[in-house]
Write a protein that binds this ligand. Sequence first.
Ligand SMILES: NC(=O)c1ccc[n+]([C@@H]2O[C@H](COP(=O)([O-])OP(=O)(O)OC[C@H]3O[C@@H](n4cnc5c(N)ncnc54)[C@H](OP(=O)(O)O)[C@@H]3O)[C@@H](O)[C@H]2O)c1
Length: 395
Amino acid sequence: MAKVLIVGAGGVGNVVAHKCAQLPDVFTSIVLASRTLSRCEKIAKDVAELQGRQIETAQVDADDVEQMTGLLRRVKPNVVINVALPYQDLHIMDACLAAGVPYIDTANYEPKEIAKFEYKWQWAYQDRFRDANLLALLGSGFDPGVTNVYCAYAQKHLFDTIETIDILDCNGGDHGHAFATNFNPEINIREITQRGRYWENDNWVETDPLSICQDYDFPGVGTRKAYLLYHEELESLVKNIRGLRRIRFWMTFGEQYLTHLRVLQNVGMTRIDPVDFQGNKIVPVEFLKALLPDPASLGAGYTGKTSIGCEITGTKAGKPRKVFIYNVCDHAECWKEVRAQAVSYTTGVPAMIGALMVATSKWSGSGVFNIEQFDPDPFMDALNRYGLPWEIRES
Ligand SMILES: NC(=O)c1ccc[n+]([C@@H]2O[C@H](COP(=O)([O-])OP(=O)(O)OC[C@H]3O[C@@H](n4cnc5c(N)ncnc54)[C@H](OP(=O)(O)O)[C@@H]3O)[C@@H](O)[C@H]2O)c1
């Protein structure tokens, strides 16, 4: 039925390739393209071994719009899943417009030279996608992604009015390294070291990085310290969830992780501006990435679970209500199924489901959409069917 082109052969791209391969009736043809061909070939070999499907591979520099457009015109996919880095988003959107292909991603565009997380650059494509009668689906990972769909589901089924949302992301796993990031180190460190921000009573409130924390009881993991961060889905949920009074995002970090991060920051290793080194310019955070474990390599031997969800308060039938909608995902189970750790898995499965929604026309439209703008029901069903079952804790 559908031909899918996956761009990016990292930890998440690996999961998307395996999960698309598990649906041969929908994704009849799969092409995996990335900057380094050998990484695509390695994934294709694993997919053949574990899922019994052959996928095609291709080399592409997605920052080169002409090259990317050429690939799209040659492959003629029904949908593109962009799981390269946020820097590539606009270039791949440009190529999709040129070749007439629907677009899906999991992270909003960031300019390389400033760590800024805003949808404005991608929302500016609204008229072009609408006029081309094409769909761009933004943020189809876990957070953003599943967490936005949980909010849309709560709005549709669980509440008459929603007052507050707290998105809580816990990785209770252990990869055995002194310091490693679970997805691209450069993107991860840029996100965590910026100032915190949340939305309350129609205003954005700024906080010092990692200065606010709370203990939270995460199902399947236990009580962990979660730190307030700014995260991109806050920006779209503020627009799309009616009547909201406050929304915040929290992520757990262990003491060991925070100590390493503090030292790296103090010595300048997380800087994103170029510095002179022996007559050459290097960007410290890019150099650091080269030293840290590749997130895709963390899966073997990773133990423990992730537990991510939305705590939502409001009213139903005139009474106050509080729920936590969440998923618990086991690192070792993910490794068995698709040779990935749970952070890549929880991102790659919803990216595949986003493509499934588009390929089967369960979701359609012309323009640029955030994921919570669509009917959450078919996506919530698919989460249960394809590896990320959800639960509701009522309190
Ligand atoms: N929403 C969520 O819940 C969520 C969670 C985690 C991650 N994410 C997002 O998922 C994406 C992938 O993360 P990851 O952990 O898989 O990262 P990763 O392991 O670093 O993989 C990124 C891949 O993109 C490729 N790439 C980079 N620049 C490219 C270019 N110009 N042209 C073509 N390919 C290029 C890289 O190629 P090389 O192999 O040559 O470096 C690499 O294979 C990121 O955007 C991340 O922000 C979203």
